[in-house]
Design a protein around this ligand. Structure first.
Ligand SMILES: [Fe+2]
Length: 383
């Protein structure tokens, strides 16, 4: 048996942002709390969102202090303002950071804070009473399609989570046109990791394989064009759809050791989530492959890797890794060595890789030694 679902209604298409007010009105909301970061603000996206909301008669309170990997402190600060202003909908506009923060803020509108009571190493589900609207401005996180909110522990930099429903999402590919090239590369690799990890997890099912493999095909076919030609409407649209589908795919199952190792890199080096996922995905697929022979073949075929048909699962895993390393080179993603980190420093991520709850979804148990071997391999094989 398996469960499948879609988190919330999604409005998709170029220009959808200009109808945000109409969509939010359908929730019965009258006063919105819009959260975003200064980069998204400079790109003019919140201004477009607010114009649409105000046109629909919805008052707006804006909070522009969401940073990459939002901390429990910033969520508490935003939550206080949202409570004081008596808003009745929280709108996250941006990458995963703003959408995740919006989910966490909605908890503080419904239950007493601080947010650290709900964001835990072993995540819990919280039913909130104030709706959450997600407006992604990257093609990566898929947060609009999942119940996951990842919030950083201010003291330890640990990445802990809570599960909260999103009530509505507006996915507008136009919002990704101005993304810098490296952000297109990193966020695209994040989406690819969501799809490939959940298809090879120990809780994979036919529904997430359908969405996950479709997302992988779209990313493999379009990520380079979206990176090389930022205004290419078709490639951007395909990437937006793919990131959303990858989100739907991993929402009902989970990512596994790739994301666990990626969190280790984030804790150690504060490098962007998508960059960390790119480093970890090849070795995660190699590691999981022997336990999921059918699924790793699905991933390879979705990656357009020509297979003879007599390869072992292990060989298919290596082919996937080689293909990913070649893609990363094409996208000019620097190696950990090029970033200035030593092999010894990178090996330190093995603790998070082996103890994260995400690794329990890996089809092969992740010991500390195994995580060390994967960390070493990600350093050695991509230089
Ligand atoms: Fe991710």
């Amino acid at each position: 048996m398996f469960q499948y679902m879609q988190n919330c209604p999604i409005y998709f298409g170029a220009g959808a942002i200009d109808h945000l007010g109409e969509y939010v009105s359908e929730l019965g909301s009258k006063k919105a709390f819009c959260v975003f970061d200064p980069g998204v603000e400079a790109a003019g996206v919140p201004a477009r969102a607010v114009a649409s909301l105000e046109k629909a008669g919805i008052q707006c309170v804006c909070f522009n202090k969401i940073m990459s990997d939002p901390t429990i402190n910033v969520v508490d600060e935003a939550g206080e303002i949202a409570l004081r202003e008596k808003v009745d909908v929280i709108i996250g506009i941006g990458g995963g950071s703003s959408m995740d923060a919006a989910k966490a803020i909605s908890i503080l509108m419904s239950y007493p804070g601080p947010i650290s009571k709900y964001v835990l190493a072993k995540p819990i589900s919280v039913d909130t009473k104030v709706p959450v609207v997600a407006v992604p401005t990257t093609s990566g996180t898929g947060s609009e399609a999942t119940r996951v909110a990842i919030i950083t522990q201010t003291e330890t930099n640990g990445k802990w989570s809570v599960f909260v429903n999103t009530n509505l999402a507006v996915v507008d590919p136009e919002l990704t046109f101005k993304l810098p090239k490296h952000v297109t590369a990193f966020t695209g690799m994040d989406a690819l990791s969501h799809a490939a990890e959940c298809v090879t997890s120990n809780v994979t099912n036919p529904h997430n394989q359908l969405f996950g493999c479709a997302a992988i095909r779209k990313i493999i076919d379009n990520i380079y064009t979206a990176w090389a030609e930022p205004d290419n409407v078709e490639a951007r649209t395909e990437m937006s759809l793919a990131a959303n589908w990858a989100g739907i795919a991993f929402a009902e199952t989970m990512c596994h050791v790739g994301h666990a190792l990626a969190d280790g890199l984030s804790i150690a080096f504060h490098t962007p989530h998508g960059y960390n996922c790119a480093m970890a995905l090849p070795v995660a697929l190699e590691y999981a492959a022997p336990a999921v022979p059918k699924e790793i073949k699905m991933v390879a075929e979705a990656m357009r890797i020509p297979l003879k048909g007599d390869e072992t699962a292990e060989e298919v895993g290596h082919l996937c890794a080689d293909t990913l390393w070649a893609l990363m080179r094409k996208l000019e993603i620097k190696s950990l060595k090029e970033m200035g980190y030593s092999r010894e420093e990178v090996l330190q991520i093995a603790h998070e890789g082996s103890t994260s709850h995400l690794s329990t979804y890996c089809p092969v148990p992740v010991t500390l030694e195994a995580a060390q071997a994967m960390a070493g391999r990600m350093y050695d094989m991509y230089q």
